[in-house]
Design a protein around this ligand. Structure first.
Ligand SMILES: *[C@@H]1O[C@H](CO)[C@@H](O)[C@H](O)[C@H]1NC(C)=O
Length: 386
């Protein structure tokens, strides 16, 4: 029989031991802005033509570049990481839509590199050369560079021997004006360029986290939110977490069964939804965008955005997304963004087809639904954010 005091100590100690291996990273959010929107960096770091490999298929996610960057000019979430010894600090977009880590290289002369912090390998005693060349294309631009290896510190977790990309060339206005220096991908290793082991996989392999899980709470301007590595931020949601299986391990992609607008169901066939922290809005097929935006009385403005009269928001219908049989509603006040008095619809039209249509579910949804990314059970969990 264990003495009572002993039990008490165990009861107190256990959660503490647990908590010690859950690591929190504060997110910063840029305020939404509407001025000079072409220059506003957008988000949307998700990978566009990566080597899309599933267990037995090989896909190329080929996409046109038809999406005006101005459509993505809303907020963006970034966090700080450190590379090397002594640590060099970078701001990175934490991106569930891609799987590589890159930062600008000391030798990069592209304009975006000149406007950001660059990694200087010669100043790090833990740097190891690799040198293989690499190129990555995102919705927001593209980079070229080479692979290097160093210590990566994220949220107090020290990952040894992380392969990452030193970008020697960066293309795209969005990257130039971005608040972040680089991108840290949190999707599956199957879409990692050059098959580089992504940071979260190394964290698991090196025993730095207890569970192969992370959760993301996206906040608003003053409280950007938080990413929790190795566990779930239990204080970030209400109700229960509803898990939806990942239908293809590449992006965090779930089966998208039904889109409901004003009570009417649009049944979707062989359609996937990518859960993507780096996309501000919701990317839907062009015909759906036209239909929904017409129904809510949104009109295309000079910069390609669909704009609604702000005083109409309260009279506009709910929409809902049914993922793997579970329904997640959004109110008009969620899917319409008031950006300094201009109300923008978050339904952006672009046809994406990767072995079937794909929608991209971005921040407007993720602010309402706290999300859990579970590599162990291969599922995405959603719960109403607090
Ligand atoms: C260089 O990086 C690639 C990609 O991560 C890796 O597969 C390879 O083993 C590395 N080579 C060396 C010599 O470390």
């Amino acid at each position: 029989m264990v003495p009572t005091t002993m039990k008490l100590i165990c009861a107190i100690l256990l959660p503490v031991v647990f908590a010690a291996r859950v690591h929190r990273i504060k997110l910063n959010k840029l305020p939404a802005a509407n001025h000079n929107s072409e220059l506003e960096a957008s988000g949307s770091g998700f990978l566009v033509d990566g080597h899309y490999r599933t267990d037995d298929d090989l896909f190329w996610a080929q996409r046109g570049h038809g999406v005006p960057l101005t459509n993505f000019m809303n907020g963006q979430y970034y966090a700080e990481i450190q590379l090397g010894t002594p640590p060099q600090t970078f701001k990175v977009l934490l991106d569930t839509g891609s799987s590589n880590l890159w930062v600008p290289s000391a030798g990069c002369t592209s304009v975006p590199c000149q406007l950001h912090t660059k990694y200087i390998s010669s100043k790090s005693t833990s740097y190891k050369a690799n040198g293989s060349t690499i190129a990555i294309k995102y919705e927001l631009g593209s980079i070229e560079g080479f692979v290097s290896n160093d210590m990566l510190d994220i949220g107090g977790l020290k990952i040894h021997n992380q392969d990452f990309v030193e970008a020697t060339k960066e293309n795209g206005l969005t990257l130039a004006f971005a608040k972040f220096d680089g991108i840290l991908g949190l999707a599956y290793n199957t879409i990692s360029a050059n098959r580089i082991v992504p940071p979260f996989y190394n964290m698991i392999a090196q025993g730095l986290v207890d569970k192969p899980v992370f959760s993301v709470r996206l906040g608003s301007d003053d409280d950007g939110g938080e990413v929790t590595l190795g566990g779930i931020d239990e204080g970030a949601y209400t109700g229960t977490i509803q898990y939806v299986p990942v239908r293809r391990r590449g992006y965090w992609e779930v089966a998208f069964d039904v889109f409901t607008f004003d009570g009417e169901n649009l049944d979707l066939e062989n359609t996937g939804a990518i859960i993507d922290t780096s996309t501000s809005f919701i990317i839907v097929p062009v015909d759906v965008a036209e239909m929904v935006n017409a129904q809510i009385g949104a009109r295309k403005s000079w910069n390609g955005q669909y704009v609604v009269q702000c005083d109409r928001i309260s009279s506009l219908p709910d929409v809902s997304f049914t993922f793997g049989g579970k329904r997640f509603p959004l109110a008009a006040s969620d899917y319409i963004l008031d950006v300094q008095g201009i109300c923008i619809s978050s339904f952006v039209g672009t046809d994406i087809d990767v072995g079937g249509p794909l929608w991209v579910i971005g921040d407007v949804f993720l602010r309402k639904y706290f999300t859990v990314y579970d590599l162990g059970r291969n599922a995405v969990g959603f719960a109403t954010a607090k």
